[in-house]
Each structure stands twice: as C-alpha cells, then as structure tokens.
Design a protein around this ligand. Structure first.
Ligand code: SAM
Length: 221
C-alpha cells in the first residue's frame, strides 16, 4: 500500500491562522458579513471568507466573463465572483428569496459591482431551464437547496464552455457523507449528488477540503 498522503486537519486556531493569511477583506465585505451574522442561525448559510477569496481568484484566473450562481442569500459569494470578473463581465444569480437578496443588492451597489449582476428570483430548476441552450458559461457556483443539486448541475454543465468551471458547495455535509448512520434527506441528497458527479464523463472533478467541502469540476471539450 502506498503511504497515506499527508493532510492537515483544521482546528479553530489553524483555521483563524489560515483566514488571516489571505488578502484582507475590505469594509464592504466586513459590513455584509456583520449584517448577515445578525440574522442568527441563518448566517451559517454564507460561504466562508477563504472560500470567497478562492472563488474570486478562480474566476479571475480563468478570465471568466459569464458566470452563474445558484443560491445567493445575502450576496457574499456573488460579490466575490463579481469582483473576479472584468468590468463588462456578467453574473446571473438565482435565488427564491426576495428578502435576503434585497440585502445582497444593497452591498453589490456599495461595492460598485451591481451593474455586473442580474438576479432572477424563483425556483432555480425553472429559471435555469429558461437560459439559452448555448455553451457560453465560463464559471458557475452551486450553493442552494441540496435536493436540487442534480438539476442545477445538469442545467449548468450542459451550458459550460469547454474548459469552463463549476464549483459546488457543501459536498462533505459536515462529514456526514461517510457516516452510514446519518440518513437525513440533505445528506442522502449530497451522497447521491457526489456519485452523479463522479460518473459524469463530461467533466474532470476534484473534491476540495475547503469549508464544508467544495467540488471543482472542469468541462471537457
Ligand atoms: C446556502 S444559501 C446561499 C449562500 C450564498 N452562496 C452566500 O455565500 O451567501 C442557499 C440559498 O439558496 C436559496 N434557495 C433555496 N431553495 C432554492 C430554490 N429552489 N431555487 C433557488 N434558490 C433557492 C435560498 O433562498 C438561499 O438564499
């Protein structure tokens, strides 16, 4: 047996160290995160600061111009993606909540990226299907209801350009994916989704131990 590759589990101290050793957040991000934190338990839906920086770098690194986000909440991940786009880039956001995305719109304005972002309200399975059947998307981020992931994946992957990327959040579901006694509907949905990605020959993919697990997939030609 080859030796087990080295990996470093994160505890709170190491995570704080990691978060403080990335390019610092600006005032808009700090304010948005503080306002979202005041929502209480719901705030855990927001992606982590390191994930946001990672998304921004990824989007910029592939020179993305057209991006899609499924699951916007108060707009933190969308802000990161929009900031990775060029000025004439476009991010289409999908969410069902007018209440939460109102917060998002305010911060996109403050950050000066509102003109790059279009928000479509409604169940994403329907709103995504309404997109043109063209392979023009450079980047997609999926972070909405877990049962919807297979549909979001399909609608997004078929529209990715060759070499386009899709990132999917929460694929480790707090580690429950490998705990057989965990049978909640979300973890069952995530397990099924992870197998679906593995079997999808249109992409090459990797699961990253970032936050709650982030799958990154690249559309093959
Ligand atoms: C985990 S949160 C997204 C967090 C966001 N990416 C961030 O970093 O702040 C999930 C979002 O998915 C939205 N959502 C839930 N079901 C949905 C559906 N069927 N269609 C579209 N959006 C949905 C919720 O309203 C919520 O804002």
């Amino acid at each position: 047996m080859p030796p087990r590759p080295k990996f470093t589990p994160l505890d709170d101290a190491l995570y704080d160290y990691l978060v403080s050793h990335r390019s610092p957040d600006d005032a808009v991000v700090r304010e948005l995160r503080e306002e979202t934190a005041r929502l209480g338990d719901r705030a855990v839906m927001q992606i982590s600061p390191d994930q946001a920086t990672f998304l921004r770098i990824l989007v910029a690194a592939i020179g993305a111009r057209r991006a899609v986000e499924v699951g916007t909440f108060t707009g933190f991940s969308a802000l990161a993606i929009a900031r990775g786009l060029p000025k004439d880039g476009r991010l289409l956001c999908f969410d069902v909540s007018e209440e939460w995305t109102k917060v998002a719109r305010r911060y996109w304005e403050k950050a000066g990226v509102a003109d790059r972002i279009e928000l479509r309200l409604g169940p994403a399975a329907e709103t995504l299907r309404a997109l043109p059947e063209e392979r023009l998307l450079d980047f997609a981020f999926i972070d909405a209801d877990k049962k919807g992931y297979p549909v979001y994946w399909e609608e997004v992957v078929r529209r990715l350009r060759p070499g386009g990327l899709v990132a999917v959040d929460n694929v480790l579901w707090e580690g429950e994916v490998v705990q057989a006694d965990k049978r909640g509907e979300d973890v069952l949905a995530i397990r099924r989704f992870n197998e679906l990605v593995l079997a999808d020959t249109r992409v090459e993919s990797v699961m990253l131990a970032v936050a709650d697990g982030l799958t990154l997939a690249r559309r093959l030609p």
